[in-house]
Design a protein around this ligand. Sequence first.
Ligand SMILES: [Zn+2]
Length: 339
Amino acid sequence: MKRREFICVLGSIASGYWPRRRTIIVATAAIVLLPIEVSDAGWLSDVFKSSSKQSKPSKQGKSPKHVTSRKPAALARPAASAKRRTVKLAALGPVRLKPAALKPVATRCDPSKFRIVLDVGHTAESEGAISARNVSEFVFNLRLAKRIEEKLKAEGFAETKLLLTEGKARRSLVKRVAAANNLPADLLLSIHHDSVPNKFLEDWEFEGKKSRFSDRFSGYSVFVSRNNPDFKTSLSFAELIGKEMKAQGLDYAQQYSQPIMGRHQRPLLNKETGVYRYDELIVLRKTRMAAVLLEAGSIINRDEELKMSSPERRDIISSGVTAAVKEFCEPRWAMLGPL
Ligand SMILES: [Zn+2]
């Protein structure tokens, strides 16, 4: 059975970045030495992780401009309203989150100056998962990220940037994190498409070629890392993404909370919106700004792959993400109350 080395989250630097983009600091020697996970099918859940015993990321180089990044406590809403919006916990993992860490953070920013990075998962050389019809995940990620970029810019988020990386997974990981940290960005959203562990794969033939699929699971999912230096803001944004995806009529992938996923099982932080915790993901824990990873949908599921290939689905998801960013940036979400 073919195994693919799957190293998701890091890559090289795309063109068109903010001024400091070329100063790639290789201060992250620890990252270079991190063990590389060789996973089943180039699939999210292996999106690249390292030892969970790593120390917390450095505090230096914090994302500066966005108010939520720095002084969330000072901006927090009154206790009564915050309590209403406390995230419902479904199946927390080994470490319980304090309710205070789950309060949405009141946000306010200038869209024209707000720097959101759309991280295109994987690279042309390390393409991530392979769809049921043998298209690489990287192709899906890039198409969707570009559409999201268009929509965000159309809504006034002029500083939105695509983070496109190059090279083999290990090296691209280092570059990806360094690039995001040195921009500096205010918020990072990593775009991916989902697959399944090998044990769920079945054979079929597509256009005369032996291919593999699994129609068992479908849906989007949103991941955050508790080890991100701004976990609170990350979680707030993740909740908005999940809420807006749901508002677009999409369902989240529920299998990650199930024992059948084995080592890929994740704590589900919100059973309404499909936000999971995945502490080890490097792109979430090594970046110094708030960061969220979106698995937009499954490309190993034959029906869902067709949908994910369509401009219509890209529009739906892009609209959801854009709405989430607007709400994150503007304070109105804080007035909407619970989901
Ligand atoms: Zn991926």
